[in-house]
Design a protein around this ligand. Structure first.
Ligand code: PLP
Length: 361
């Protein structure tokens, strides 16, 4: 098969075709190097340039202030569920977690191994269909930090504005919406994201961390689990995911060519609106998330019955619209339409939805 299909997978997810093409062109030999990026030393001058370009790419796109470090780690966002509390939740302290979906729950599970967790709000009762309003937050002014999931990938619920946590450092898992929209980085103490949704392949995790937080890490942590190790060694304490960092650099270049984050955000909003409009136009489709909390990255919706949902995904797959089955915990349909997902694929889905309803509604 040479023709690409429309890949709605939640992650690892679609990558920009120009990025794949450039990687393909350079796969056997990086220009002037004569070797693949996967075959060179992570301590070479060539890789040094690649990692610093990836770092400045992220820094420029997100307007990351100078007092933040940018790290490329391993272990996925899931390891950050542990590293964040290991570094910043003292055994006698407490951290606030705001739960808007399934990934936040996993983060809580690890935090509880380190110290006390205050669930400052949970939207579980409604089936995680929205983010809480300011008056629903039971924040602890003495919390070591407050944790949110900026975009809950499984439920399709996104924060539109940061919760006001005052002096309490705000930590965000931004795995599924990083680089998809402008965010005020200065409102966060730490942002982490597994790369495989919006910024690259799996196996590399982006961490943006404010300098002053590093003083809080306790001594005696395992070297690899201490953020200071990675800051002091510029993410090169051990062998990093060199290939992943190389791709992140190409993805940053691609976003820049598309008009930067604001261009990307505009396109993402337009793509999402096409599907949400199709959902709202009929009672046949029912959106999972409340309109104010809808994610432009993961569009989740239901059909009148599970049988119809099964039929929907299998017919869609036959039409080269792949990966639409919702996560088993929510059911229904999930269309993940990250940065690299093409608008034509969204249009194809919308016309399939209309046709499917005509035949089954
Ligand atoms: C995918 C995802 C994760 C898990 O990421 P891994 O890199 O597989 O550990 C965590 N949080 C969110 C919001 C995600 O979308």
């Amino acid at each position: 098969m040479t023709e690409r299909i429309f890949n709605f997978s939640a992650g690892p997810a679609v990558l920009p075709v120009p990025v794949l093409e450039e990687a393909q062109r350079e796969l056997l030999s990086l220009p002037g190097v004569g070797m693949s990026v996967m075959e060179i030393s992570h301590r070479s001058k060539t890789f040094d340039e690649i990692i610093s370009r990836a770092e400045s790419g992220v820094r420029e796109l997100l307007n990351v202030p100078a007092n933040y470090r940018i790290l490329f780690l391993q272990g996925g966002a899931s390891l950050q569920f542990s590293m964040v509390p290991m570094n910043f939740l003292p055994a006698d302290g407490s951290a606030d977690y705001i739960l808007t979906g399934s990934w936040g729950k996993k983060a809580v599970k690890e935090a509880k191994r380190c110290g006390a967790v205050n669930i400052a709000a949970t939207m579980a009762d409604g089936g995680f269909t929205r983010v809480p309003g300011p008056d629903e937050l039971n924040l602890d002014p003495n919390a070591a930090y407050a944790h949110v999931t900026s975009n809950e990938t499984i439920e399709g619920v996104q924060w539109k504005h940061e919760p006001a946590t005052g002096d309490v450092p705000l930590v965000a898992d931004a795995s599924s919406d990083i680089l998809s929209r402008a965010i005020p980085v200065e409102k966060y103490a730490l942002i982490y994201a597994g790369a495989q949704k919006n910024i690259g392949p799996s196996g590399v995790t982006l961490v943006i961390i404010r300098d002053d937080l590093l003083q809080r890490s306790p001594d005696g942590l395992h070297t690899m689990l201490d953020y200071r190790t990675h800051v002091e060694n510029n993410s090169l304490y051990n062998t990093p995911n060199t290939w992943g960092i190389y791709i992140i650099n190409l993805v940053c270049k691609w976003i820049k060519d598309k008009g930067g984050i604001s261009g990307m955000e505009r396109e993402n909003e337009e793509k999402a609106r096409l599907i949400y409009d199709a959902i709202d136009a009929t009672d046949f489709y029912r959106g999972h998330a409340d309109p104010d909390s809808r994610s432009p990255m993961n569009v989740t919706f239901r059909l009148p019955s599970e049988d119809l949902e099964k039929k929907f995904t299998s017919e869609a797959t036959a039409q080269k619209l792949d990966g639409l089955k919702g996560h088993r915990s929510v059911g229904g349909i999930r269309a993940s339409i990250y940065n690299a997902f093409p608008r034509e694929g969204v249009e194809a889905l919308v016309s399939f939805m209309k046709d499917f309803e005509r035949r089954n509604g």
